[in-house]
Ligand binder design. Sequence first.
Ligand SMILES: [Zn+2]
Length: 192
Amino acid sequence: MRAEPAFRSGWWRDALRRDSPHCDARPSGCAIDLVVLHNISLPPGRFGGPFIDALFLGCLDTGADQAFAGLAGLRVSAHFLVRREGQVVQYVSCAQRAWHAGASTHRGRTRCNDFSIGIELEGSDHCAFEAVQYTALARLLPALCAAYPIADVVGHSDIAPQRKTDPGPHFDWHALRSLSGLPAALFSAHPR
Ligand SMILES: [Zn+2]
């Protein structure tokens, strides 16, 4: 019996698939060589609930909470979300360009969405992430590195420092590096 491939048309075998419309084609011939980590919580600072899913799927009721007013019309999605319980949801095929990074620059290249894979962690800048989230990420990242020529794993704040602070000061880059077993060179933006 042959094992199922880790990715089929850019969809990870071990994620729950929920197709988002917030994506389009990558530029042709563009290598996928960057992973961008984010944090998100909706409403801000509250975990669980259906709202991140709804935002990424384009069906968030922006009247459901005062904090959602500024999200009306926002069309965003990462490729992956790692929930507090460690569950991984995939919204966009890695073969497609997900709309997660916005205006951004990495090693002199702009428009990081073109060549990156975006992973959201359910969390905030103000509290620690869950151990199971690192465990999940430490499975997903090596799978991505085996399937794509990933050269760097960075935070959203590394590629959009004027606008973004995520994944934030509580994200433990060292834990991710040691749990994932990936080469330190991938994490050169966070050497310690
Ligand atoms: Zn972000």
